[in-house]
Design a protein around this ligand. Structure first.
Ligand code: ADP
Ligand code: MG
Length: 702
């Protein structure tokens, strides 16, 4: 082929020979626009020919009852049927998978659509654990992949699939099947050209070039190490991961260095100011709070725009540091705004600030939904004429027609819901305030540096003195009575209780075995008959939610039953016990955050998790109270996407890189990015970076 016919990665897929309008329609419905989009969509699995077993060779695991041993089988579907169990009305799809040596029963629960998708006589590959069924070997809920129909003449069904040792499997995307993707990828690999990729030589040394790496991962040669391929640890993976991570690190570094040159308002300090701030404080700052605040004061005096992240374990006193920062602005003639993720939390912050401000509380305004028109107008006026020095609200503060007289500081409570885009929106209003971002959960240091490397970091690594850690218990569902007895004792002592139920999506397939909030409500009413219970969940209108929360805060309701973590983010010192049902449905960091809600007052608290599975993971919470250690563990178990909460996280959509697995690569990329920015990027590098940023949706990162 003539080199001049090769297509750059950024070409539209229609430029490929073999892709006409019909195929292009399928591709773009699946989200593939460019050659690069398609090629970076790697197989999700590789089946090693050697791992396929014949039915006659199946062996159960070593355990007495045949503990899960994973098997891979290839065969034809026979005897496909569907039924419903009488008890619990579960839908069951079953079939026989037959190869030349015998058959295995396949069973799927509550996936009725399978009955329509799988066809008798179809050849499929299945993998998953093997179990003892009533009628011999059985696979329950195996993963599977279809390979269509083969005619009888083709004797060995295996050979025409396994031209090479490894068979790549691609996820189906809408109507674009895995097999079609495989064919299109082959077309693209023939015609693609990967020049124009920019990676500093210290990062690419010893690794294959982009195109070689892509070829290798779409068609692994027989001599590849199966485990490395599966785990994403081949040099080819590293090459592609390095490109993603370097583009990411470069973006972060460019933002950081750009910020360093932005002039910010200098906020001067003085002895009077110091004394004034001190007069607001109800207690001595911890050492950690003092040093974090000093870092902030230095930032504000430096003449650059502050972009700082304040991290700390739950209860470490981040709010107080934020308040002091706001007070510093307010006392020197400016305005400071605090953005909370929900209205309930905004109200809580406003209450806290009102107490701290005492006689001067009239300088503070809360802008909330559901305000009367006149009150709202008055508030907006106070913000516009500068009388409101402290403004508290939700993100709506910047979406509406709110104008500030002299906004000099924005504090964001909970980083991950507030991204670059919103910050840009504020800049577009002609404002360039200082930023202080409070992170809701502790973030492991390595990751914080990598992801939020454009923010300077302050860490509160100490709790205020005299804090009693909540006593933590993990119970099986059949021990739940212990928890309700405890709740009863606390209520009898005049205390209040939180009960948390997981929010259950009605389409959830595992729902049958979960107790939802209605069931929990019934249980609580039966167990605590004369006790006032208030219920909070995500589907309530904000007025109603506020009213219900207020009932709990005032002590009128004694038990708060809630689904969402946010609603439990309130401070109610009189609440001394929290019971979390189905604790396995929550992340460790989330649970730790919840735990931080009990025992803040003088009474010491109890935190009880009820769960019948994943008890090993949850045990970590019984063993430690250190939020940073819990976060590290959570991150390792769930991965960064889940850790940060997938959608809102603003994490890049890496196709190959994994922030936990590849953290060493990331560290190298950060160093290289600092060098590259210092030397200045070439035009080519900028073009490449822009292309990568589009592909990874990097622009949305916080
Ligand atoms: P975070 O937001 O970091 O989880 P908060 O700011 O809500 O923590 O503080 C937790 C509790 O500790 C609050 O009730 C607060 O009043 C109290 N607190 C904060 N700083 C101190 C301090 N230096 N000494 C004593 N109590 C403090
Ligand atoms: Mg807080």
């Amino acid at each position: 082929m003539m080199p001049s016919l090769l297509l750059p990665l950024s070409s539209k897929l229609t430029a490929l020979r073999g892709v006409g309008s019909r195929r292009m329609e399928l591709l773009s419905a699946a989200g593939f626009q460019t050659v690069e989009d398609l090629l970076w969509g790697l197989p999700y699995r590789y089946i090693d020919r050697g791992s396929i077993t014949s039915v006659s060779d199946l062996r159960y695991g070593p355990g007495l009852d045949g503990d899960a041993v994973n098997v891979t089988l290839l065969g034809k579907i026979a005897d496909l049927r569907q039924s419903t169990t009488r008890v619990k009305r579960m839908n069951i799809t079953e079939a026989l998978l037959c190869d030349d040596t015998g058959s295995v029963r396949l069973v799927w629960f509550n996936q009725p659509h399978l009955f329509r998708i799988i066809k008798p006589g179809e050849r499929i590959l299945v993998w998953g654990p093997l179990a003892h069924g009533r009628h011999g070997p059985e696979m329950r809920g195996p993963a599977w992949e279809s390979f269509g129909f083969v005619n009888e003449a083709e004797s060995d069904a295996r050979d025409d699939l396994f031209i090479a040792r490894f068979l790549p499997l691609y996820r189906r995307m809408g109507t674009l099947t895995g097999r079609m993707r495989q064919k299109l990828v082959a077309l693209a690999l023939e015609q693609a050209d990967c020049s124009g990729v920019f990676l500093p030589s210290e990062l690419s040394r010893g690794l294959p070039d982009t195109l070689t790496a892509l070829r290798l991962l779409h068609n692994p040669p027989d001599e590849c190490i199966a485990e490395d391929l599966e785990a994403g640890l081949t040099p080819a993976h590293q090459r592609l991961a390095m490109e993603e991570l370097f583009a990411f690190a470069l973006g972060v570094e460019l933002r950081r260095s750009g910020r360093l040159t932005r002039r910010g308002e200098i906020i001067p300090t003085s002895v009077e100011l110091r004394n004034k701030l001190k007069s607001f404080l109800p207690f001595r700052l911890t050492k950690a709070q003092r040093s974090a605040f000093k870092e902030i004061v230095d930032d504000l005096g430096a003449g650059r725009v502050m972009h700082r992240m304040l991290q700390g374990d739950v209860g470490s006193g981040k709010t107080l540091v934020a308040f002091l920062t706001m007070a510093m602005i307010a006392e020197t003639g400016g305005q400071a705004a605090l953005l909370a993720p929900t209205e309930v939390l905004a109200r809580q912050h406003a209450d806290t600030f009102a107490k701290l401000l005492g006689d001067e509380r009239s300088f503070m305004r809360l802008l909330a939904g559901g305000m009367k028109a006149a009150e709202r107008r008055e508030t907006l006026e106070a913000i516009a004429d500068g009388q409101a020095r402290y403004v508290v609200g939700t993100h709506a503060l910047f979406q509406e027609a709110v104008s500030f007289k002299k906004l000099q500081l924005v504090v964001v409570d909970e980083q991950h819901r507030f991204g670059v885009k919103q910050r840009e929106a504020i800049k577009d209003k002609g404002l360039d305030p200082h930023w202080l971002v409070m992170s809701a959960t502790p973030i492991p240091r390595s990751l914080a540096l990598a992801i939020f490397g454009d923010l300077d970091q302050s860490v509160l690594d100490e709790l205020p003195p005299g804090r009693q850690p909540a006593r933590t218990r993990l119970l099986n569902p059949d021990q739940a009575e212990w928890a309700w007895d405890l709740v009863e004792r606390e209520l009898n002592n005049g205390r209040q209780a939180f009960v948390v139920s997981p929010a259950i999506d009605p389409s959830d397939e595992t729902k049958i075995s979960l107790r939802d909030i209605q069931a929990m409500e019934a249980l609580l009413h039966a167990r605590f008959q004369d006790v006032r219970i208030t219920i909070a969940h995500g589907r309530l209108k904000s007025d109603e939610l506020n009213a219900r929360m207020a009932m709990f805060v005032s002590g009128e309701a004694r038990i708060l039953l809630a689904t969402t973590v946010i609603e439990v983010g309130v401070d109610v010192p009189n609440a001394t016990v929290m019971v979390v049902d189905h604790a396995e449905r929550f992340g460790l960091s989330q649970l730790h955050q919840l735990r931080g809600r009990v025992g803040r007052g003088a009474y010491g608290g109890h935190f009880v998790m009820i769960s019948k599975s994943e008890n090993e993971r949850l045990q970590a919470l019984v063993e430690t109270q250190d939020g940073f250690r819990i976060a590290q563990k959570d991150l390792e178990i769930r991965g960064p996407g889940e850790f940060f909460g997938t959608r809102q996280s603003g994490l890049p959509r890496f196709q190959v890189a994994d922030l936990v697995r590849d953290r060493q690569l990331l560290a190298r990329c950060r160093e290289a990015a600092v060098d590259a920015v210092q030397q200045g990027l070439t035009d080519e590098q900028r073009i490449w970076l822009r292309q990568e940023q589009t592909r990874l949706k990097l622009a949305e990162i916080s």
